[in-house]
Design a protein. Structure first.
Lengths: 159, 159
């Protein structure tokens, strides 16, 4: 990523100002017009640097208070299909195949599921297992959040 | 706070279809049948109530300077959880850090510029927390099936 993009993203990563003309106001502080700001954002979306542009919620305040990481041990020849099926399920925000630690951690398919209650999450896991043809998921509910920040934070001072 | 039906439709649009236009509030107002001024007022109070965290770009970490990332699970004695969680959360490279109901009770994700920086952070955490062997397992991703942290808001009314 170019230094110029880095500075631009550092400026907007925490969100647009909630003013009447947010893009013009951003432009005023980075020396661009509002239209130029919008074009730059659209280019960064095309380049895949920005995955999406929109609201981030505190989903707990919307009643979505339960979340679990669910892990399965899936045979290599079934993981592609299982991963796709798990990913398509509503409430699943993340789904990854991960390396195992032989003898200690044999689960290789991971997802994060959100719901309004622990029961709703457990029911989702049962449905997912039936649809994906997998069993024995370990459900690890989160009981305390120590830290939750975006995976990327751009410091405007970096080269 | 309890978002009314218009707020819920607005939240859904802010998340899924935020208009990248010079007058985003007016464009949203047209879809909702209210004025742009009312949209902005509602957006401001949704932010004040904490439901809306921000309207921002979600960055693709691999394209935004995060060359190496991983997931780590720790088995921490209950009496040590607070102390160890604090040490881990203190690293800027750590983005998520959660307590979960499992023998492996502390789970965190971290992303760094490259593998070398990642290893350095992991070494630091291992030493400072005094965790070794199977009490500290690293589970890097082999394949990403899905990452899309969005929530259904509007449909909630029906349930």
């Amino acid at each position: 990523m170019k230094g110029e993009d880095r500075r631009f993203l550092a400026h907007i990563q925490d969100g647009i100002p909630l003013t009447e003309a947010p893009f013009e106001d951003i432009g005023a502080s980075v020396g661009m017009s509002g239209m130029e700001v919008i074009s730059r954002i659209l280019e960064l979306i095309d380049e895949g640097v920005i995955r999406r542009f929109g609201a981030r919620f505190d989903h707990r305040k919307l009643g979505i208070v339960a979340n679990a990481m669910v892990c399965w041990e899936v045979p290599e020849d079934h993981i592609e299909e299982a991963g796709r099926t798990v990913s398509a399920y509503p409430g699943v925000t993340h789904c990854y195949e991960r390396e195992v630690v032989p003898g200690t951690w044999e689960y290789n398919l991971f997802c994060v599921i959100h719901g309004h209650s622990a029961d709703e999450v457990r029911m989702a896991v049962r449905n997912i297992e039936r649809e994906a043809g997998i069993t024995g998921g370990a459900i690890l509910f989160s009981t305390r959040k120590f830290k939750h920040t975006p995976a990327v934070f751009i410091s405007g001072n970096d080269p | 706070m309890n978002p009314d039906p218009v707020d819920r439709r607005l939240l859904q649009l802010l998340q899924d279809e935020f208009p990248l236009e010079t007058d985003p509030w007016g464009a949203l107002g047209e879809k909702l049948g209210i004025t742009g001024r009312e949209v902005l007022q509602r957006v401001r109070s949704l932010e004040a109530s904490g439901v809306l965290r921000g309207i921002c770009p979600v960055l693709e970490s691999r394209k935004a300077g995060i060359g190496a990332s991983t997931l780590v699970a720790l088995h921490v004695p209950p009496g040590m959880v607070d102390k160890i969680a604090r040490i881990i959360s203190g690293y800027p490279q750590v983005s998520h850090n959660y307590l979960r109901d499992h023998r492996y009770n502390l789970w965190f994700t971290l992303g760094a510029r490259d593998r070398e920086e990642l290893e350095q952070v992991l070494r630091g955490i291992r030493e400072r927390c005094g965790l070794n062997g199977s009490d500290f397992i690293e589970l890097p991703a082999k394949r990403r099936f899905k990452i899309d942290v969005r929530f259904p808001v509007h449909q909630e009314e029906a349930s």
